[in-house]
Design a binder for this molecule. Structure first.
Ligand SMILES: [Zn+2]
Length: 312
């Protein structure tokens, strides 16, 4: 089966202040990379706007209303030191949530084997009632709840290999026994959470902190020894991925020393887990990655493996 690629031009309308690392050029670099002939077989789909009710799967109505009211008619508004909104931010964020939801629907319907959502702003730092770290809504956690509540799945895994802890996803899924959330991340590093002792209300959260300077062997060992055995035991029916590529050696925001090969490797191992219990069903969404060249090459490596495995 094919690999679907969900994206939308509205995601370029979320314009951040000059010099901000999470900028529209990131998505342009990703889409340029995915326009190469090697990606001709991607099934390209337009990301729909999420319905407002989708946001309520994880956030209270008061929070959704607060974010909506914060969007300025013109100019930029800072929600915190890192997180800004402009007029286009609302639709951009809703395209991101809509993409992940549509990808879950398509993969569960058997229309495509797996899917990648090239959208921004990212989502994994948004907590229940707090925008944070460039993120407004918890895109991947909302997608997990959609799979559980709308499609009736019993077990969904959410895997986050972004270099920053997925504090938002952890917060949104803390009490969700049907979801296993795993995050590997550099520690110490912003946002400061993600200690190994944070394990969720139902032992459904696993944090894998990595020391600054961690390179390929220790990264792979951590996932191989700690994460994959637990995942195989959990036997997810669907695997969701917060695909952040800021663990790359060239990334300016952190200090891991990963390469494109490591992202290809982890994608393949995630597909192995998905094939064991989930019929190969994987939905991946873009989170971080702030060096344009490293980001483009890493996304290409990630999607190439998704295509190989989806087609198998
Ligand atoms: Zn990150």
């Amino acid at each position: 089966m094919a690999t679907a690629l969900y994206t939308h031009e509205d995601c370029l309308l979320h314009v951040t202040p000059l010099g901000h690392p999470e900028r529209a050029e990131r998505l342009e670099a990703v889409m340029r990379a995915l326009s190469a002939p090697a990606f001709a077989a991607l099934e390209r789909r337009e990301a729909p706007l999420a319905e407002r009710g989708e946001l309520l799967r994880c956030h209270p109505e008061s929070y959704v209303a607060e974010i909506e009211a914060s969007i300025p008619a013109r100019g930029s508004r800072a929600l915190d030191a890192d997180t800004h909104v402009v007029a286009g931010s609302w639709d951009a964020a809703l395209r991101g949530v809509g993409a992940a939801g549509a990808a879950v629907d398509a993969v569960l319907a058997g229309e495509v084997g797996n899917a990648f959502c090239a959208t921004r702003p990212p989502g994994h730092h948004a907590e229940t009632e707090t925008p944070m770290g460039f993120c407004l809504f918890g895109t991947i956690a909302i997608a997990a709840r959609r799979a559980l509540d709308l499609h009736g799945l019993a077990r969904v895994a959410v895997l986050d290999f972004d270099v920053h802890h997925g504090n938002g996803t952890q917060d949104l899924l803390w009490r969700e026994a049907r979801a296993l959330f795993v995050s590997s991340h550099q520690m110490p590093l912003w946002p400061g959470t993600g200690d190994v002792h944070e394990t969720g209300a139902h032992d459904n959260v696993m944090n894998v902190p990595l020391a600054p300077g961690t390179a390929s062997p220790a990264f792979r060992r951590a996932w191989e020894e700690r994460v994959f055995p637990a995942l195989i035991d959990f036997a997810p029916e669907l695997v969701l991925v917060s695909a952040g590529f800021d663990g790359h050696a060239d990334d300016p925001l952190a200090n891991l020393r990963l390469t494109e090969d490591d992202f290809a490797w982890i994608t393949g191992r995630i597909c192995d887990v998905a094939e064991a219990s989930a019929g190969g069903r994987v939905v991946s969404t873009l989170e971080g990655g702030y060096d344009l060249g490293a980001l483009a090459a890493s996304v290409a490596a990630h999607v190439e493996v998704l295509m190989e495995r989806g087609a198998a």
